[in-house]
Design a protein around this ligand. Structure first.
Ligand SMILES: [Zn+2]
Length: 65
């Protein structure tokens, strides 16, 4: 096990994405303010989806040189 790798570890995260395929807007489900958020860009409704995102890591955990 190499714990010092800086390569971000991706994990599946539930998100909302705009139902308009031309619109790139998406938000993390945990940041959504309602159970059926609307797109901040085009005001369309949003669909639940999954995105692979780097895990959130504590910024203080990495030592400076
Ligand atoms: Zn949109």
């Amino acid at each position: 096990m190499e714990s010092d790798l800086t390569k971000p570890e991706l994990s599946p995260v539930p998100i909302w994405r705009c139902k308009d395929n031309d619109c790139k807007a998406w938000i993390r489900e945990e940041l959504a303010t309602s159970s059926s958020p609307e797109c901040p860009l085009c005001k369309s409704s949003m669909l639940k989806s999954i995105r692979h995102l780097p895990k959130l890591v504590k910024k203080n955990s990495r030592k400076k040189k």
